[in-house]
Design a protein around this ligand. Structure first.
Ligand code: FUB
Length: 447
């Protein structure tokens, strides 16, 4: 088994390929992902998340976080994501306890031709889940192969590493252990260059973890999840120095509406737009230790403060008209439209959209019809009674593009219908139930 894992790791690291993932939120739908650390390397965004799995007897602690390895994902357009496969495993880190399943939130940074990945886990011989150290693994490419250092970073005890390099080339390591800590890193990126210090003037009550620091217009933004009430919300504090003192400035995302206890963020600027990466419990609503990463746009006010990000399912990026458009990742909908899992026993199969009664509608923004001539719409539907749906642009009364009749059936069926007018190059599509009740749609697409 060990050998198979090693060869798989090598194959994926060398080829940089393991599979494709979906767009919208959550970003990854075939496995659980959390604590996304996003980075722009060259012309792609790379995301280094934790990889949640379900603990079973003898593998991790049932009912608790359970992570044995890391994958890295990348995208050139924030719509199509490539899973580069496993890059580090608890069994290949020389100093790590190989059965602790504690490979928590990582980070990765580029310096002088090398990629440095920072990750917390427990040391050999330590009790499961206790006494975290932070290690580094080094690679020539952002997707590995990563070679872990023989020992963790001396003098660092805690979780949630984050690295920042300032405009003078000084690198800083941030981490959490009750408080938020920081220290300078030596140029080798492997050792501390200053004593760890507690970051000050942050709210003193309630757990703070997951530090992530970035700079914009000379302001240093320290972002972190904080339990100000019952579960974590994302807050930020600013300073004119990477080590603070920081001034608490605001909340950048409220507590999760679904009740996911943790959240964990990173913020990047890509092609002139700022983005917030975070997580929620989309694919595991009844067990919030199996999380899923998301991305939404982030905006600043003129005074440099951050506008609160309202989480969306539509996420960012454009969806090609020729792809399966998962309308359950909607931009807006009316209250008679419901989103539920297609199969509650197989949540990775995704969601379906149920239209209750005539007039029910859902809107899915930013579909790309550019560059190709489309003449047909396809709808994957399941109708309890004969139904008619309309495809419109912008709103439930917008320009009509197509009408599809779906006959009553007991199973999913692919329904084809002609486009009766041409869609705009980039369209906000609205599906409206014209006649019928209780129709389910899985996806729509165009040919
Ligand atoms: O993923 C395990 C822990 O949950 C992380 O280290 C924290 O930031 C929280 O997201």
């Amino acid at each position: 088994m060990k050998n198979i894992k090693f060869w798989l790791l090598l194959l994926v690291s060398v080829t940089g390929f393991a599979g494709q993932c979906d767009a919208q939120n959550p970003l990854i739908r075939d496995q659980f992902t959390a604590d996304p650390s996003a980075r722009v390397f060259g012309d792609r965004v790379y995301v280094y998340p934790s990889h949640d799995i379900r603990a079973t007897q003898g593998h991790g602690r049932p009912g608790w976080f359970c992570m044995e390895d890391y994958h890295v994902f990348s995208s050139a357009n924030l719509t199509d994501w490539t899973d580069h496969g496993m890059i580090i495993s608890q069994t290949t880190v020389p100093w790590a306890e190989p059965t602790s399943y504690s490979m928590w939130a990582p980070d990765c940074i580029f310096r002088d031709g090398k990629y440095y990945m920072y990750f917390p886990t427990t040391k050999k011989g330590s009790e499961n889940g206790r006494g975290f150290a932070i290690g580094v693994a080094v690679a020539d490419k952002p997707y590995g192969p990563f070679t872990p250092q023989p020992e963790p970073i001396e003098g660092v005890h805690g979780i949630d590493p984050n690295v920042f390099i300032d405009k003078y080339g000084q690198a800083y390591l941030y981490w959490a252990q009750g408080n938020l800590y920081a220290a300078k890193l030596k140029d080798n990126m492997l050792e501390l260059a200053s004593a760890p210090q507690i970051l000050t003037e942050l709210p003193d009550k309630g757990l703070k973890e997951g530090p992530y620091l970035f700079e914009r217009n000379g302001i240093y933004y320290l972002t972190y999840p904080h339990v100000a009430n019952k579960i974590e919300r994302l807050e930020y504090a600013i300073a004119n120095n990477p080590l603070g003192p920081f001034k608490f400035t605001g909340v950048l995302m409220d507590e999760s509406a679904s009740g996911c206890w943790t959240n964990h963020q990173s913020i990047i600027r890509f092609k002139n737009q700022w983005y917030l990466f975070y997580h929620n419990d989309d694919l595991s609503p009844n067990f919030d230790k199996n999380r899923s990463i998301r991305c939404d746009s982030l905006f600043f006010n003129a005074d440099g403060t951050i506008k609160k990000v309202i989480p969306t399912l539509r996420g960012v990026g454009i969806t090609k008209a020729s792809e399966k458009i998962q309308i359950d990742r909607y931009s807006d909908k009316d209250s008679t439209v419901n989103i539920t899992f297609i199969d509650t026993a197989k949540k990775f199969d995704g969601w379906k959209t149920t239209f209750k009664s005539p007039g029910s509608w859902i809107r899915y923004n930013r579909v790309d019809f550019n560059g190709k001539k489309f003449s047909k719409m396809q709808v994957m539907a399941n109708a309890a009674a004969d139904a008619t749906i309309e495809l419109r642009v912008g709103s439930a009364s917008g320009k009509l593009l197509a009408t599809a009749n779906i006959v009553k059936g007991n199973n999913w069926q692919l329904v084809h219908s002609r486009l009766t007018s041409s869609p705009p190059k980039i369209a906000d599509l609205v599906i409206v139930l014209k006649a019928g009740t209780g129709i389910d749609i899985d996806w729509i697409s165009f040919k």
